[in-house]
Design a protein around this ligand. Structure first.
Ligand code: ADP
Ligand code: MG
Length: 251
């Protein structure tokens, strides 16, 4: 198995009013190519910080984060920016979509920023293909306030996929959605994962987590447990098993 991500004694500390807050404490984890990993845990346990640290958005305090074996904390800021743009995709709950651009133009932004991948026309075609695949092509020319929450989140997925990343990071991608939209967004993420994109996502929703291949449970900056979903089981059974495991951890 090829490791996409590996952390070694990853620590993240914030200093607030001269007081040290140890948010991540010696996190050791690995994510293999093709996995879809959910990060769960109580609010404030460090889930978002972990995602930001691994994806190079946040500087770590000590330890190492390896991306395909390469230590990202040794990269300079322009190397890291290129890596993030070309090899990583990001989906966040409060999505930063530009208000003065259409949905399609928002999706295309990272493509035009990147030096890789074809002509302007090729990039536009790829954006439209992604929108078609996620069932939102009809809103390509809409403003971002002219679409539903579910459509906007699917547009965010298109944008995160526009540069064909090796790994997709998502922080509560379904957190602001109703159950129907949440299921739709998860269907798309599972499909992308089955097509080969490695995914790492934070979620509060055990139904969402039950569709991932593995669940990590974080408490107070430590990984307290790890659960492999049996993807051959029916949705309901997977959900029930995961819920039992979560209850044992005090969820
Ligand atoms: N920039 C920051 N400065 C100081 N403390 C922070 C900062 N960001 C997060 N924290 C603290 O780190 C802890 C973990 O936060 P976070 O990773 O956002 O948790 P989660 O995503 O699990 O809810 C919280 O106690 C939070 O207050
Ligand atoms: Mg969070």
């Amino acid at each position: 198995m090829t490791k996409v991500i590996e952390t070694k004694d990853l620590c993240k500390t914030y200093v607030v009013d001269k007081r040290q807050i140890n948010v991540l404490k010696n996190i050791n984890l690995e994510v293999d190519e093709g996995e879809m990993v959910a990060i769960m845990g109580p609010s404030g346990s460090g889930k978002s910080t972990l995602l930001y640290s691994i994806s190079g958005m946040d500087q770590i305090t000590s330890g190492r984060v390896l991306f395909y074996g390469e230590d990202i904390s040794k990269m300079n800021s322009s190397e890291l920016a290129d890596l993030r743009l070309d090899k990583m995709g990001f989906i966040f709950q409060q999505m930063f979509m530009m208000k003065n651009l259409t949905i399609l133009d928002n999706i295309l932004l990272p493509a035009f920023e990147s030096k890789k991948g074809g002509s302007r026309e090729d990039k536009i075609k790829k954006g439209e293909d992604l929108m078609r695949k996620l069932g939102i092509i009809e809103v390509a020319d809409n403003d971002i306030n002219e679409v539903s929450g579910g459509q906007l989140q699917r547009a965010c997925i298109c944008r995160s996929m526009i540069n064909s990343p090796e790994i997709l990071f998502a922080d509560e991608p379904t957190g602001a959605l109703n159950r129907t939209s949440s299921n739709e967004v998860m269907d798309e993420l599972v499909k992308l994962n089955e097509e080969g994109t490695t995914i790492m996502m934070v979620t509060h929703d055990s139904k969402v987590a039950s569709r991932c291949t593995r669940v990590l449970y974080i408490v107070d900056g430590n990984i307290k447990g790890e659960f492999r979903n049996d993807t051959s089981l029916a949705d309901k059974d997977r959900e029930r098993r995961l819920n039992n495991w979560l209850m044992d951890l005090g969820w």
